[in-house]
Write a protein that binds this ligand. Structure first.
Ligand SMILES: [Zn+2]
Length: 261
């Protein structure tokens, strides 16, 4: 656990570099008037979110899990589960938790105003997977910290989950087109870019589907699976798609602004 930060950063940069390369080799075609001009804002949001979490919630989810382990707090610590069982269980339970959290962020108007910053990206590539309002990142960390304590999850499990969540978020937003057979096979288990794009459609019934992050089973289980979009796919959110809305200051302010007209 001592080299936690190195593992996180290494995995993040490695996956991001691989996906940016894959976007050149097997691109998914979409209109891209802005392209890399969105990157400063998308990366800026995740950087500010990370700083906010570090300054105000320095324990973070892994820290809470370490504390719970010491204090023997939480379900898994009470059951004294071996790591080979508690680690994969933590990953699955946390993936379900993030699925449910995602649905809540769509259902409550004030949370949607925050999460809309993510959806308002008029184009999709791996950096869209980093574009979350700092307050959403902060709230999500609070949820994970509470869950880590209640569940008594092993710190290793949380670390693996967070690295995985980060990597899958980059992957499912990547502008890549996988060979159809591979895509179908992967989609049986995990969320592929083709599936997640449906969630970024501006059509409400399509946005309100495919909430899953890592495992694709939750959408099948809870009835939010569509499998494809109807007609033309228009990315983004109506009214927030303009180029001048994609700067870091505008995106930070977006949840608190009303659309004129
Ligand atoms: Zn969403």
């Amino acid at each position: 656990m001592e080299s936690e930060a190195t593992w996180r950063l290494g995995a993040f940069l490695g996956v991001l570099a691989l996906l940016l390369l894959a976007e050149r080799i097997i691109p998914w075609a979409q209109p891209r008037p802005l392209g890399a001009r969105r990157w400063v804002a998308n990366l800026g949001l995740v950087a500010l979110g990370s700083v906010l979490v570090r300054l105000t919630l320095p324990l973070a989810a892994v820290g809470v899990a370490l504390w719970a382990q010491d204090a023997e707090v939480g379900l898994m610590n009470a059951l004294d589960l071996p790591l080979w069982l508690s680690l994969p269980l933590t990953v699955v339970v946390f993936d379900l938790l993030i699925y449910l959290q995602h649905r809540v962020f769509h259902a409550l108007p004030w949370l949607w105003a925050l999460h809309r910053v993510h959806h308002a990206d008029p184009e999709m590539d791996a950096t869209t997977g980093l574009r979350f309002h700092p307050v959403e990142i902060w709230l999500s960390m609070l949820v994970k910290m509470a869950a880590a304590a209640l569940l008594g999850a092993p710190p290793e499990g949380i670390l693996v989950f967070e690295i995985l969540l980060n990597a899958t978020s980059l992957f499912e937003h990547a502008a890549i087109r996988l060979p159809p057979a591979l895509d179908r096979a992967l989609a049986l288990v995990i969320v592929t870019p083709r599936l997640h794009r449906i969630h970024h459609s501006e059509r409400e019934e399509e946005t309100n589907s495919h909430y899953g992050f890592c495992l694709s089973i939750w959408d099948r289980l809870f009835g939010t699976w569509r499998g494809r979009w109807e007609g033309e796919l228009v990315l983004g959110v109506r009214g927030w798609r303009a180029a001048e809305e994609q700067t870091l200051p505008r995106l930070l302010a977006q949840p608190f602004r009303r659309l004129r007209g």
